[in-house]
Write a protein that binds this ligand. Sequence first.
Ligand SMILES: Cc1cc2nc3c(=O)[nH]c(=O)nc-3n(C[C@H](O)[C@H](O)[C@H](O)COP(=O)(O)OP(=O)(O)OC[C@H]3O[C@@H](n4cnc5c(N)ncnc54)[C@H](O)[C@@H]3O)c2cc1C
Length: 423
Amino acid sequence: MICDVAIIGAGVVSAQTALQLVRRGMRVTVIDMAEPGSEQAASFGNAGWLSSHSVLPPASPGVWKQIPKWLMDPLGPLTVRFPYAIQATPWLLNYLRAADSFDKLRETARVLRSLIKDGPALHEAVAQEVGAHDLIDAHSGLVHAFPDKSHYDNAPFGWKVRRELGIALEELDAQALHAKVPHLSDAYRFGVFMPEAGHCKSPGQYVQRIFEHLHAHGLQFVRARALGIQRQGGGTVTVKTTQGDVACAHVVVAAGVWSKALAASVGDRLPLESERGYHVMLPGTDLKGPAIPLMLEDRKVVINQMTDGVRCAGQVEIAGVDAAPNWRRADILRRHLLESFPRLAGASGDAPATSVWLGHRPSTYDGIPVIGPSPRCAQVFYACGHGHVGLVGSARTGQLVAQGIAGETPAIDMQPFSIRRFQ
Ligand SMILES: Cc1cc2nc3c(=O)[nH]c(=O)nc-3n(C[C@H](O)[C@H](O)[C@H](O)COP(=O)(O)OP(=O)(O)OC[C@H]3O[C@@H](n4cnc5c(N)ncnc54)[C@H](O)[C@@H]3O)c2cc1C
């Protein structure tokens, strides 16, 4: 098979990239061992936040002091499984090092902001184009809920950086918080409303819809596992797959956390680690009303009313890609959900979860995605490593990759996203 561009992976980053390439009249083939929008992809089960203010990585100066407490807490947001921890140690140390000064974090925030600033608006435009307007609400805003104002005052740096970047936010006293999020437990007495952000009501369906649109516009889909990338003479590259070779002028590596092995086949070092996360869904509709998704800051979970139920997502588990899920993590999320929305506990507390899910955030240790060409082979482009912001960041990423392949001027400075920083 011969095409202009082969994209490895069919998650949301691939979907957005393919859309941009097809718009430019290119013949695009997407390769994935599973159907677009299915469960193995991080893009399926995420929390659906289009949070253009998610500019800070989870690590911060001094965070290591909290790690022992989190690791000891069975309800805590972070777990590192042994013996995998030994293998992950270099990545974990780099992760802490990349966030060991406020200057470094400020710079990361500036770079991430350039990528995700217009996320809600870009997704709204895509949703209009592909007929998914019912799945994207770019104007809902998002809420961060705190037990009280002192929790917010004790974490000043992130909020200060957001203000420095010009991100609007509104502080909510208890009354204003509960007016925005009815049924939230009285244990939450303070909130911050982010008016510029939005959300997706079904991330998996969103990916499916984009691909349905693309199929109707000539996209080819090859259901196969990509095994590696080989340079050929005459300006072509070949993707070796379990179903044969796909020859093309350009390859985009958009295989989420699995991109690491594909980069190695080109000779590029791509230090990705899975920050495993979980979700649980209950059928209740009790949370409807203002339909504003929220993050419980003390529990580090996001709660979002989806098209088919209430989703609670979060947790970071470092255990590698292949380890079996620990469904106790999903039980913990269920507990957080029911404790923070007691009325939901009354309505659906005994109902079986409609979905429990484990997904792999494809995370670089510096919290910045990898977007742009390979230094070893200019025909290979990376579009991966989006960690916690892959949904919101995917629309701009797709545009940047397409601009690079088409030889257009990129919409933002691409240098901070280059894979060269790891070579
Ligand atoms: C619990 C949780 C909550 C999250 N919440 C949010 C949120 O609210 N907002 C946000 O912006 N982000 C969020 N994220 C992050 C976001 O989901 C990811 O960053 C994003 O989905 C990554 O998309 P991707 O397309 O790069 O990778 P994926 O969605 O993982 O897709 C990769 C695809 O590549 C395929 N593939 C892998 N290897 C091969 C191969 N060798 N050959 C062919 N195909 C291959 C896989 O089958 C898969 O379909 C969350 C993540 C988690 C886990």
